[in-house]
Design a protein around this ligand. Structure first.
Ligand SMILES: N[C@@H](CCC(=O)N[C@@H](CS)C(=O)NCC(=O)O)C(=O)O
Length: 213
C-alpha cells in the first residue's frame, strides 16, 4: 500500500499522524504549509478540493475527513487495535465521541478562527467569534467529565485519544485557556504524550522525516 498523509503542524491532522505511527504502517507525511496558504494552492486543491487537512491518499484513492481517515488507518492495521472494531457498543461509543469532536467542537473552533466560513458579514463574524469561547469551555468541561480511565474508551487506547489531544493542544496553546480546570484531561494528555508513537508524530511535525515508502 502506498500511503501519503497531507498534514499541517499543529492542526487536526495530528490525530492521523499519531494513528499512522501507532499502526506501524509505512507512509509518507507531506507537510502543507498553512503559513504560505498552500492548502489553497492549485496543486493541493487538485488533491483535496476542500483545501483541508488531514488528507490521506492510498494507492490513488483520496480520503478526507478525520473520522474517515482514522477509520481507514484502524482497519488497515487491525493488529494495532486502534478502534474496537469487533465490539459494536464500544465502537458506537468511539464514533459518538469522534463525531462530536468533528461536527461539534471542531466547528465551534472554526466559528472562532474561521468565522468567514459561516458568513461574509463582518458584524456577524464578530458575533460568532464572541460566542465561541463559552461554548468551547462547556465542550471541554464535557470532555473532562466523560473521560474514561486510563483512556477515553476505558482500558483500551484508541484513535479517539489522539483526536482528543488535538483539542487539548489548541486549548493549552493558541486558545490560551486555563487547562488547570481540566486535571483529568491534562493527565490523559500527558499519558498520551508519553507514548513513543506520539513523540514520533511530534518529531515529524517539527520536520523530522517519516517512515517513507
Ligand atoms: N471536517 C474536517 C475538518 C478539517 C479542517 O478544517 N482542517 C483544518 C486544519 S485543523 C484545515 O485544513 N484548515 C485549512 C483552512 O481552513 O484553510 C475534518 O474533520 O477532517
Amino acid at each position: 500500500m502506498n500511503i501519503k498523509l497531507y498534514y499541517a503542524p499543529g492542526s487536526c491532522a495530528f490525530a492521523p499522524l499519531v494513528a499512522l505511527e501507532e499502526a506501524g504502517l509505512r507512509y509518507s507525511a507531506i507537510k502543507v504549509d498553512f503559513g504560505a496558504n498552500e492548502q489553497r494552492s492549485d496543486a493541493f486543491l487538485e488533491i483535496n478540493p476542500r483545501g483541508r487537512v488531514p488528507t490521506l491518499q492510498v494507492d490513488g484513492l483520496t480520503i478526507t475527513e478525520n473520522i474517515a481517515v482514522l477509520t481507514f488507518i484502524a482497519n488497515a492495521a487491525p493488529e494495532a487495535h486502534l478502534l474496537p472494531l469487533r465490539d459494536p457498543p464500544r465502537l458506537a461509543e468511539a464514533y459518538e465521541r469522534m463525531s462530536w469532536f468533528a461536527s461539534g467542537i471542531h466547528v465551534t473552533i472554526a466559528q472562532l478562527w474561521r468565522s468567514g466560513r459561516f458568513t461574509d458579514d463582518a458584524d456577524a463574524q464578530q458575533l460568532l467569534q464572541n460566542a465561541a469561547p463559552a461554548r468551547l469551555e462547556a465542550a471541554f468541561d464535557e470532555i473532562e467529565e466523560r473521560l474514561g480511565s486510563p483512556w477515553i474508551l476505558g482500558a483500551d487506547y484508541s484513535v479517539v485519544d489522539a483526536y482528543a489531544a488535538v483539542f487539548y493542544r489548541w486549548a493549552s496553546g493558541r486558545l490560551a485557556m486555563d487547562v488547570g480546570r481540566y486535571p483529568r484531561w491534562r493527565a490523559h494528555f500527558e499519558r498520551l504524550n508519553a507514548r513513543p508513537a506520539v513523540q514520533r508524530a511530534i518529531a515529524i511535525e517539527k520536520g523530522e522525516p517519516s517512515k517513507t515508502v
